[in-house]
Structure formats: C-alpha cells, structure tokens
Design a protein. Structure first.
Length: 87
C-alpha cells in the first residue's frame, strides 16, 4: 500500500531561483532562422523571375513574410530583455 504523506523536510528557507535564459544563444537561433527565411524568400522570387505570385506560392510567401516580422520582433524583444537584465 502506498502512503500519501511526505516525510521529508525542506533544507533551505530560500525560494528557488529562476534560471536566466541564455540571450546570446536565443538571439543567435532567431537570427539563423531569419537568415534561412530571407534566403527562402529570395529563392522563391528568383524562381518566379520576380513575377507576381499566385496560389500556393503566394500563401507560402505570406507565411514567410509573417514569420520574418515575428522573428524581427522576437530578436528586438530578446535584446531589450538582455539589456534590462544586465542593468
């Protein structure tokens, strides 16, 4: 039979500390994703000879543009958080 009581005790009265994120690594990862995103956009435009996109290709380019915007904002927010935590 299992018992549902905890017999241990807390050894420290300090609250657990949160780990700080590695901002440099997070920024580098987001920058790498942004570089791949921009490369894909460029390849698509070259493939279509910079013509107007339609159908699935237009949907893909829209998704890439949305992700690019999100990644730019993510990088900016990570830099701001890093500066705030370093003060």
């Amino acid at each position: 039979m299992l018992e549902d009581t905890y017999g241990g005790e807390i050894l420290s009265s300090e609250a657990p500390q949160k780990c700080k994120p590695d901002y440099e690594q997070l920024i580098a990862q987001a920058s790498d994703r942004l570089a791949v995103n921009k490369a894909l956009q460029h390849v698509i435009y070259e493939y279509t000879n910079f013509q107007r996109l339609r159908g699935k290709m237009a949907e893909l380019m829209g998704e890439l543009a949305s992700e690019e915007t999100w990644l730019n904002r993510r990088i900016d927010s990570l830099i701001a958080e890093q500066e705030k935590n370093n003060e």
